[in-house]
Design a protein around this ligand. Structure first.
Ligand code: NAD
Length: 297
């Protein structure tokens, strides 16, 4: 078998075009243009690239945005004061603090200091908790984007065995929650694996749907994948590549060629899950502007 490619770039463009139309309609009916406030701490080049992609996407769909660039020495107290101001600013619909943070800042504390009604990343415990009990919430953009891919390609999740490799708060855990809920979203039988999992292959080999978000290039090889599985490769890893001008290339967590031979569907890296994450951020920001999730917010 040779897997078919899941074209995240194409599906993300469809979603962005829908958001663009919805923003036009929203503004056309006399409402303020949605606004996303981004905070960057330090000068990490990866964060700069991600923020550029997000702010360009905002411009593309008609969402206004501003980026506050703070030094990596900013104190927790000062950062929280700034976020408090943003929480109270009625002109700001969404607040995004780009992760990772410098070591002296706790991402838990910083995320919790954001008003959950403006937490368009869906990382606040209120949003994660509500997700876990089937209540409306901002959904973490990467898992939400993967579900849009399932929908677009009519990939059935219900009653399948889904295996998630990676259990982070921002990708693996919310993905597993969404896959496993029986009253909404996935309705799949779900296994979560992480770095303490013994014999990873024993789990991955039985997956009908395999979502890999470990940040480990080449972790999943063809022999670890069931024939016909749907493989969603979330990983974005920089590996040295002398043939590229930048000196590196981006690869996922799967050994692409060998996994391609076993899977029925696979997301490429780049061009798979990444563009969906950005598109879902646009969608969440529009939801925030419309107060669709938290009408009293
Ligand atoms: P993380 O480092 O916070 O978490 C990694 C998880 O993988 C942990 O739960 C860890 O236990 C698990 N893990 C690590 N090594 C493992 C192994 N050998 N076997 C099994 N499990 C293992 O990372 P994260 O923030 O969740 O991101 C994961 C990857 O996804 C990274 O490459 C990141 O760049 C990428 N990412 C992509 C997008 C996107 O839009 N495509 C969004 C977020 C993150």
């Amino acid at each position: 078998m040779s897997a078919k490619l899941i074209d995240g770039k194409k599906v993300a463009e469809l979603i962005r075009s829908q958001v663009r139309d919805d923003v036009n309609e929203w503004v056309g009916s006399g409402n303020r243009r949605p606004f996303l406030q981004v905070v960057q701490i330090g000068t990490d080049p990866g964060s700069t690239t991600y923020i550029r992609a997000k702010t360009r996407a905002c411009e593309d769909v008609g969402i206004n945005t501003g980026t506050n660039r703070l030094p990596d020495t900013v104190s927790a107290k000062e950062l929280k004061r700034i976020i408090r101001d943003y929480n109270q600013n009625d002109e700001m619909d969404g607040i995004l603090v780009q992760l990772p943070l410098p070591n002296h800042l706790s991402s838990h504390d910083v995320i919790e200091s954001i008003d959950y009604r403006k937490d368009i990343d869906g990382f606040h415990p209120m949003n994660v908790g509500r997700l876990a009990v089937d209540q409306p919430s901002y959904r973490s953009c990467t898992p939400a984007g993967i579900f849009e891919l399932f929908r677009h390609y009519s990939i059935q999740v219900k009653s399948k065995h889904a295996v998630v490799v990676g259990a982070s708060n921002i990708v693996g855990s919310p993905m597993a929650i969404m896959l496993s809920r029986e009253n909404s979203t996935g309705k799949a039988t779900t296994t979560i694996c992480h770095k303490f999992t013994r014999d990873l292959t024993q789990h991955t080999i039985s997956a009908d749907i395999l979502v890999v978000a470990a940040g480990q290039p080449g972790l999943i090889k063809g022999e670890m994948v069931k024939e016909g599985a749907v493989v969603i490769d979330v990983g974005i890893n920089r590996v040295a590549d002398e043939t590229s001008k930048k000196g590196y290339k981006l690869v996922g967590d799967c050994e692409f060629e060998s996994v391609m031979e076993k899977a029925s569907w696979i997301t490429p890296v780049p061009g798979g899950v990444g563009p969906m994450t950005v598109a879902m951020l646009m969608k969440n920001t529009l939801l925030a502007a419309k107060k669709s999730i938290y009408p009293d917010g």
